[in-house]
Design a protein around this ligand. Structure first.
Ligand code: SAM
Ligand code: SF4
Ligand code: SF4
Length: 341
């Protein structure tokens, strides 16, 4: 049966373009700004296997997002996505879906030496590796598990050897790792990988966020500019979250993801599926729409499409804009490790 792909617009005229899938809420790191060790301890009630969407359920839902709504890009995230067993099997399933043009993964990189080649062979195109410092003691403290920088650099090297596209994400926090901005920029300029600075965000409820701890896009670019001149360049496509800058010496580019100082809600076109199978339409939402229940209750593809379409059509989210206007909704938010950034 041929089904028609429709563009679906939300209440602010934003189309649904990208799908982000969190495959697990577990992680082998305890980054202080995401899963602080004192709160995510040995007794933390992580989801059980049967609570997660199975690979078959994920494949079915991804097919609907692609064939019914025209989604072309899928990003796998977590928690740490490589903590979920058999990820190459899931990627094979997703890569087979007609219409999928880009499959990416956000990862802390520590398990890439084991999996990079298998992931590439399965059909993964790109990885975004998170790394917040090149200084071992600082990085160990930030990741909360004493993991060395070299572990992550080995992961990046393994991704390169496997032929995966690579970007690096650095969350910048005032008083924590601002000293690392320039060494990170220099290192990845030299290596030829795009580094993206992420403003520290008030995701979840546990990371003790304070606006004073944010280094803004303007401050970041100022620091880079004084040492390695850059100029802004056009976005690659509508809805790209990072503002792009290129080095004037022609040696590459950097990006800044400025959710706090320069909100990009107006072009936000991402749907997020949590590890438990809820559909979230904003990173800062208080709750998601329970798709897993519908799938497990035997709804048809058409009924699922109608449900997803209706959630998107009713979407009004613009948390970061509201935060700028000092009117965030004050509700308890979903944790980052649960929907994956
Ligand atoms: N574990 C994987 C990783 O770290 O790349 C994937 C999941 S992680 C939640 C996705 C991204 O969100 C990472 O790049 C991480 O640095 C970023 N992140 C987590 N908490 C954040 C916060 N409070 N502010 C800004 N970015 C954050
Ligand atoms: Fe784990 Fe990624 Fe969160 Fe760090 S940012 S605790 S690596 S999920
Ligand atoms: Fe999108 Fe919500 Fe982020 Fe705004 S705050 S860009 S709506 S995820």
């Amino acid at each position: 049966m041929i089904t028609e792909t429709r563009q679906v617009l939300d209440k602010r005229d934003r189309p649904l373009r990208d799908l982000r899938i969190s495959v697990t809420d577990r992680c082998n790191f305890r980054c202080t700004y995401c899963m602080p060790a004192e709160l995510f301890g040995p007794d933390y009630p992580f989801l059980k296997k049967e609570e997660l969407l199975s690979f078959e359920e994920l494949e079915r839902l991804a097919k609907l997002f692609v064939s019914r709504f025209g989604v072309e890009k899928i990003r796998l995230t977590g928690g740490e996505p490589l903590m979920r067993k058999d990820m190459p099997e899931l990627i094979k399933k997703l890569a087979r879906i007609p219409g999928v043009r880009d499959i990416a993964m956000t990862t802390n990189g520590s398990l890439l030496p084991v999996y990079a080649e298998k992931l590439k062979n399965a059909g993964l195109h790109r990885v975004t590796v998170s790394l917040d410092s090149l200084e071992d003691e600082r990085f160990k403290a930030i990741n909360g598990r004493g993991v060395s920088v070299s572990k992550v650099l080995e992961g990046i090297e393994a991704a390169k050897q496997a032929g995966l596209g690579i970007k690096v994400n650095m969350v910048v926090q005032k008083g924590v790792n601002e000293k690392d901005i320039l060494p990170m920029a220099r290192y990845f300029k030299e290596k030829g990988h795009i580094l993206r600075f992420i403003e520290f965000m008030d995701v979840g409820n546990t990371n003790q966020w304070n606006k004073k701890d944010v280094i803004t896009k303007a401050e970041l670019i100022d620091i880079i500019q004084q040492n390695m001149p850059v100029e802004p360049i056009e976005a690659n496509y509508t809805g790209e979250v990072a503002s792009r800058f290129r080095y004037l010496d022609g040696s590459g580019e950097i990006g800044v993801i400025s959710s706090v100082s320069d909100a990009f809600c107006a072009s936000c076109n991402r749907a997020r599926l949590s590890a438990r199978g809820e559909l979230f339409t904003c990173l800062f939402a208080a709750s998601g729409y329970d798709i897993r229940e519908l799938v497990r209750n035997g709804l048809s593809d058409q009924e699922l499409t109608d449900a997803i379409g209706s959630v998107w059509r009713n979407r009004t989210d613009q948390y970061s804009i509201d935060r700028t206007l000092s009117k965030p909704n004050g509700k308890r938010k979903v944790e980052m490790s649960y929907i994956g950034g």
